[in-house]
Structures are given as structure tokens and as C-alpha cells.
Design a protein around this ligand. Structure first.
Ligand code: KG4
Ligand code: ZN
Length: 387
């Protein structure tokens, strides 16, 4: 291999990213441009996403190359996310990567976004696992909640052993956050607002909320074990929060909160020390308890299924990736159980948890070694599966 340098490009959702990675693990640059425009709509608007990718792709790729101090002739390959994701968004990255590969006469490598998330962890932690296989991988983000059994052969092979039956965990976080008047995306806000121990995560067990609100017994949450499958369900927890809000006349206070955050400009900020303190002023303890209890129920569901699957398949380690892997409670509970079960566990750094192109370049490395190149007919595959 000439240089071991791969330029990765990622544009599957609302982040335009480019990165240069050496030998699948040394990140020389990882530029991520997040599309803040979607905050106005409380969710990603596909048409706007494509337009923003078009605007960002050239400067983002140029900056990644400059920061890495690399020129196109130095590269061994160009890797791009093939799917899953938004069709128009994927198309921008793929078209650009194809043109670059053609112009620079470099091979093109197609990467599954979900495999990218797994490599965000493996690129840093492969040595922790000292080649242990199989590993159990939880990919948990705004678009996905999947469990994979990852087996290392010449390249990594994946078998899907669980997925969400309704909302992705991050999607449930974002929807409940919106319902309670938090800025978008709400997952990081819920994490930050509950990290100070003010709220009681056990105050509202969700079965109780559901019973209070509807007078009926709640359906059994979580253990969805069916044969060898370990699926997830989050819409029941989400609905329980909505019912609680409706039956406790919280709407007026929530509308007032949304308005206050909007006029102060806090709705366009990310959770940092100062912004969290300011946003907290707009919350009462009941709502914070609700947020903490919701988060705790989601995390319990994730932890339970992941470790049940790890046990069932005799996994020798656990890895957790995707945007929700940044969640503090999830990391804490996963790490505690891994410690108790004597299983090595690894998470990506927070920067590598959410969508980025370094993970795409890292996942492309074994494919480069295996000369597994994409044809120039490569197309976006919005529903691409892994395993
Ligand atoms: O991986 P990602 O950047 O994009 C997708 O592929 O979806 O994940 C974004 C998702 C959003 O739903 C966001 O709310 C959630 O990850 N997220 C979190 C945290 N950080 C990001 N959810 C809970 N706690 C966090 N700290
Ligand atoms: Zn993702």
C-alpha cells in the first residue's frame, strides 16, 4: 500500500463531513459541518439537507485535505457512505466522491453507514479487544437502533440480531424532548439537564404513568426476545410521556417555555455549561423528573437487550456506537454491567459518536486491503442493510 491514506466522505443525514485517516486508525483530519437549519423545524427536512450538503461539500472536503496536509495524489482511495440515509443527501456525497475518484484516478470504496459507526469504536479500541471475536455491537442513533454480532474473518462480518420495532432510540429522545419544549436535537439536552442529580430517574416508572393516564395496564416493555432476536421498542415509553403531559395539563407551561427559549435564542444553542444553566431556569422539577424517568427507561431497555444478546451469543466484548452512545447514563449503566459481567466494553469518543467521515474512512480500510472497490455505477441506497 502506498500511503495508507483514505479520504472519507459522509452525507447520509444532516452532517456534511470529510476526513483523512491513515491505516484505518490514525485520524489526520475530521471536519464535520452540522446543519443547524433543521432546528427551526424540529427535525431533519430532507430537501433542505440536500441543499445544505451541496453548499458544504466543497469547502468541507477542501478543509479536511488541508488540515491533514495531504494532496489528492497522496491518497490510496476515496470512501463514501452508500446508505442507509436520505436519498438526496447520500447522492451529494456519492456524486462528489465519484467525481473526485475519477479526476484523481483513485479507487472508490462504498461504505455502509452502520458499519461506519461500528468502526468509530473499533478504530480506537480494537487493541482493547485484542482480536476477540465475536463482539456484540449496539448501533444507537437518531435513525437506527440495531444489535449486530460482529465476527472477524479476513474482513468483519455482521449478523443483525436485533433492531427497533418502532422508533430509533435517538428519535424517541428527540420527539419527547420536542414534546416537553426542549431545543432540537433533544437527546443531548435531556442528557445534560439530568446530569446534575436534580431529577429522580425512578420517580415515574413508565408502567405507572401509563396506568395513571389511561387506567389500563401498560404493555410489557422491552424483553422482546423471540427465538434468537433481541428487538427494541420505544414508542410505548414515548406515548406514556405524551399521555402524562396531556393528563396533567402541562401544555400551557410547555408552550410558554418554547416561546421563552425562542425569544432568548437558546433554542439555537447546544448544551454547554452556560446554556444548560439558562435552560434549566425554564424547567420545573416535575418536568425534569419526567425527562430523567424517560431517559432511564430507554437506557434500561438498551442495556437489557444488549447484554441478553451478548450472553446468548457468547460475545467476548461489547461495543456501543452512534449518537446516543454519547449519553452519560447509557455509558454509566453499560460500563457497570460490563464490569460485573467481566466483558470488555468500548465507546467512541463523543466526537466520533455522532455522524462523521473518519468512521467511514476507517471502515473502508479493510476493504482497501481486500481490494473491495465500488463500481462507477455506485448509487445511493437509502434502505441499505447491514447483516
Ligand atoms: O449518529 P447520529 O449523529 O445521527 C444519526 O445517524 O441519527 O445521532 C444523532 C442522534 C440524535 O437523535 C440525538 O438526539 C442523539 O443521537 N444524541 C443523544 C446524545 N447525543 C446525541 N441522545 C441522548 N444523549 C446524548 N448525549
Ligand atoms: Zn449515524
Amino acid at each position: 500500500m502506498a500511503s495508507g491514506l483514505i479520504l472519507g466522505i459522509e452525507s447520509s443525514c444532516d452532517e456534511t463531513s470529510a476526513a483523512v485517516v491513515r491505516d484505518g486508525r490514525q485520524v489526520l483530519s475530521n471536519v464535520v459541518s452540522s446543519q443547524l437549519i433543521h432546528a427551526d423545524y424540529g427535525g431533519v427536512v430532507p430537501e433542505l439537507a440536500s441543499r445544505e450538503h451541496l453548499r458544504a461539500i466543497v469547502p468541507v472536503v477542501r478543509e479536511a485535505m488541508q488540515r491533514a496536509g495531504v494532496a489528492y495524489p497522496d491518497l490510496d482511495a476515496i470512501a463514501v457512505t452508500e446508505g442507509p440515509g436520505l436519498a438526496g443527501a447520500l447522492l451529494v456525497g456519492i456524486t462528489f466522491a465519484k467525481a473526485l475518484a475519477f479526476g484523481a484516478d483513485k479507487p472508490l470504496i462504498a461504505v455502509n453507514h452502520l458499519e461506519g459507526h461500528i468502526h468509530a469504536v473499533l478504530m480506537q479500541a480494537e487493541t482493547n479487544f485484542s482480536d476477540a471475536s465475536p463482539l456484540l455491537a449496539l448501533v444507537v442513533s437518531g435513525g437506527h437502533t440495531h444489535l449486530y454480532l460482529a465476527e472477524k474473518e479476513a474482513v468483519w462480518r455482521y449478523r443483525n440480531v436485533g433492531k427497533t420495532l418502532d422508533d430509533a432510540a435517538g428519535e424517541a429522545f428527540d420527539k419527547v424532548a420536542k414534546l416537553l419544549g426542549l431545543p432540537y436535537p433533544g437527546g443531548p439536552w435531556m442528557d445534560a439537564l439530568t446530569a446534575h442529580g436534580i431529577a429522580d430517574p425512578e420517580l415515574f416508572p413508565f408502567t405507572q404513568i401509563k396506568q395513571k393516564a389511561t387506567g389500563r395496564t401498560a404493555p410489557k416493555l422491552a424483553r422482546e426476545k423471540d427465538g434468537e432476536r433481541f428487538d427494541f421498542s420505544f414508542s410505548g415509553i414515548k406515548t406514556a410521556v405524551r399521555r402524562y403531559v396531556e393528563s396533567h395539563a402541562m401544555k400551557e407551561a410547555i408552550d410558554a417555555r418554547v416561546e421563552a427559549l425562542r425569544t432568548s435564542g437558546l433554542d439555537k444553542t447546544k448544551p454547554g455549561e452556560a446554556t444548560v444553566a439558562k435552560v434549566l431556569e425554564h424547567f420545573d422539577v416535575e418536568t425534569l423528573n419526567l425527562i430523567a424517568s424517560f431517559q432511564s427507561a430507554v437506557v434500561k431497555n438498551l442495556v437489557r437487550q444488549t447484554f441478553a444478546a451478548a450472553e446468548e451469543f457468547g460475545a467476548l466484548g461489547v461495543l456501543v456506537s452512534g449518537g446516543v452512545a454519547a449519553n452519560r447514563l447509557l455509558r454509566e449503566r453499560m460500563s457497570a454491567l460490563a464490569g460485573a459481567s467481566n466483558l470488555p466494553i468500548a465507546f467512541p469518543t463523543v466526537a466520533l459518536s455522532t455522524d462523521n467521515a473518519a468512521m467511514i474512512a476507517a471502515a473502508a480500510w479493510p476493504k482497501l486491503l481486500a481490494r473491495d472497490f465500488a463500481l462507477d455505477t455506485l448509487e445511493a441506497t437509502p434502505q441499505l442493510r447491514l447483516g
